[in-house]
Design a protein around this ligand. Structure first.
Ligand code: NAD
Length: 256
């Protein structure tokens, strides 16, 4: 890598860990950006904005807020700088902007950069294909720390998408999230989501297939955000020499 790695959201929980993981990987950190007034880790170069950062590095690692997706997509596409995007809570218009940027530059977009979760996603798709919706109700439960701002988590949605893909259906038409009050009986084929928030839980997800005669559950627990940060740095190094396109962590792990 000629110039090195930049980090958007460098003062955040993930941003600070990424600074350490870039160093641990022996890669070069160019610097980062954050919102005005947010302190950056000591010794890190802060750039004025995403355009200045994009011009100075080969790849931007971003873990910020969904509101940045559209403006950052335009800037990174114009600069031809690779983009490893981990921010969750993206609306369909944000996702469309990310896909548009991937026509001009390398984009790795993942709701979860941990290798273990990506293996769970691969298994979720196979389970969705093998366990018919008429016989097995798919429910996804997740718990995260009290500061998390979006629900259900991006990883929970990705698990739902994987089950839907395995079943050959569209998650958007079958999501049942945040049940409360007199909801009526469960509709056959929906994929249910339940989110809990509290304490400092890094990330817990369980995918349950509930049948009349058996239950099958797949659980992933992350104890340390470093699982995401080291995976994201691995993705950043993987972008070198790739053709423009929209890639996933599965592609980085060779499971795509
Ligand atoms: P955080 O709030 O600790 O950090 C976010 C940082 O982004 C903050 O420092 C904030 O000031 C900064 N920021 C916000 N808007 C900005 C802007 N316009 N320009 C520059 N900086 C800006 O949050 P976090 O726990 O680090 O998580 C950040 C995001 O990453 C969330 O969406 C979270 O869900 C997601 N996340 C994804 C993964 C994954 O593996 N994909 C893992 C953990 C967290």
């Amino acid at each position: 890598m000629e110039k090195g790695i930049g980090i958007a959201g460098i003062g955040g929980r993930m941003g600070r860990l990424l600074v350490e993981e870039v160093a641990a990987a022996g890669a070069k950190l160019v610097g980062g950006i954050d919102r005005p007034g947010v302190a950056a880790p000591a010794g890190v170069v802060l750039f004025a904005d995403i355009a200045a950062l994009a011009a100075a590095c080969d790849v931007v690692l971003e873990f910020t807020h969904a509101s940045t997706a559209i403006p950052h997509a335009r800037v990174l596409a114009a600069a031809g700088t690779a983009w490893v995007l981990g921010t969750t809570g993206l609306a369909p218009a944000d996702e469309a902007a990310v896909a548009e940027a991937a026509k001009s530059t390398v984009v790795v977009h993942a709701a979860n950069f941990s290798p273990g979760v990506n293996l769970v996603l691969a298994l979720a798709e196979r389970m969705g294909a093998a366990l018919p919706a008429e016989q097995y109700d798919a429910e996804i439960m997740e718990m995260h720390h009290r500061q998390k701002v979006d629900a259900p988590s991006g990883t929970a949605v990705a698990m739902g998408r994987a089950v839907a893909k395995g079943r050959g259906v569209n998650l958007e038409e079958l999501t049942e999230s945040g049940r409360d009050g007199h909801t009526g009986a469960r509709r056959t084929g929906v994929i249910g989501f339940a989110a809990m928030r509290g304490g400092q839980v890094v990330g817990e997800h369980t995918l349950l297939f509930a049948g009349a005669t058996e239950h099958i559950a797949l659980t992933h627990r992350a104890f340390d955000r470093r699982a995401y940060a080291s995976g994201a740095v691995r993705a950043a190094l993987w972008t070198e020499g790739r053709k423009p396109g929209l890639y996933s962590m599965m592609d980085v792990l060779g499971m795509g």
